[in-house]
Design a binder for this molecule. Structure first.
Ligand code: SAM
Length: 280
């Protein structure tokens, strides 16, 4: 029986560089064990007899093959409905009403949101529920919520729209009863919520794909940039800036800040939260 494959520090550094180049995610040396365990798992799964053979396949094989398999092994997909409730309340009760009022005055009834790094879909579906609840003339609006992630597995789950109790833990009961159906398999999101949501696989550091995304009113890019380093964060934030309409907003996770990265946004405070507006 062949023993486990040997991985040197130099091998690990090559994988670290590869992942950073492909995804923007930067693994500091304190994450070496995490990285090594996942790499070993991939090598075992592919049946490669040496690190070098597996690495050649990673670097020179199809981009949809081993690179994505490894990325999916590594990404942290933790998410749930109504995550960071106070921030969402600020969006729903402060930012959104004033923003919509401006649009109504211009007779512009298009509203486009982007959940960039949506994981299994709880975030875009939460946004869909918020819009239904908050927009009194909802039927007049042409609404589109685009939801993207690098990870194909989470997107498959998101399209299914079926969730366990953990995903529901912060969902107010009144919304749970109104927008979900309890089935033997879990909580199913109702079509009224899923209908304006469109999923697509996008890598945030794929410049070409990012440049095609334009004219968003609101971008939610939460709890992903914490895994990036300053240079990849800066690059993504600059692309997200370009993707926004003038006057549009970006919302980040509460541990994240673009202040250090770009002064191009106007900083707005909503209670304990900050959000960033592109100047009009
Ligand atoms: C922790 S989840 C955040 C989900 C949701 N935004 C939230 O706040 O609950 C982070 C997601 O970012 C995705 N991700 C990581 N790097 C990415 C990249 N370069 N491009 C697109 N998505 C990426 C992961 O696959 C993962 O699903």
């Amino acid at each position: 029986m062949p023993g486990p494959v040997e991985i040197t520090q130099n091998d690990l550094n090559r994988v670290r560089d590869f992942i950073f180049k492909e995804t923007g995610i930067f693994y500091e040396s304190k994450k070496d064990n995490y990285l090594k365990t996942r790499v070993c798992q991939r090598i075992a799964e592919t049946g490669c007899e040496s690190f070098q053979k597996w690495f050649n396949n990673l670097v020179f094989g199809s981009r949809d093959g081993e690179p994505l398999n490894l990325i999916e092994e590594l990404t942290v997909n933790e998410t749930y409905f109504f995550r960071d409730f106070p921030q969402l309340r600020g969006f729903a009760e402060e930012v959104l009403p004033a923003y919509l009022e401006k649009k109504r005055k211009n007779r512009d009834y298009n509203l486009k949101l982007w959940s960039a790094a949506c994981s299994t879909g709880e975030e875009p579906y939460t946004l869909s529920i918020i819009l239904r609840e908050m927009i009194e003339d909802f039927d007049l609006w042409d609404l589109r919520i685009e939801a993207t992630d690098i990870d194909r597995r989470v997107l498959r789950h998101a399209r299914l729209g079926l969730y366990g109790d953990r995903s529901m833990k912060d969902t107010p009961t009144v919304y749970r009863d109104k927008y979900f159906r309890k089935t033997t398999e879990g909580w199913r999101v109702l079509p009224a919520v899923t209908e304006p949501v469109f999923f697509e696989q996008i890598n945030l550091v794929d410049r070409l794909a990012m440049r095609r995304r334009r004219r968003y009113d609101f971008i939610f890019c939460r709890n992903v940039l914490i895994y990036f380093n300053d240079s990849s964060r800066k690059r993504v934030v600059s692309d997200l800036y370009d993707a926004l309409l003038p006057g549009g907003y970006i919302f980040l996770g509460h541990a994240e800040s673009v202040g250090r990265i770009t002064a191009a946004f106007v900083l707005e405070r909503m209670g304990d939260f900050l959000c960033y507006r592109k100047p009009s």
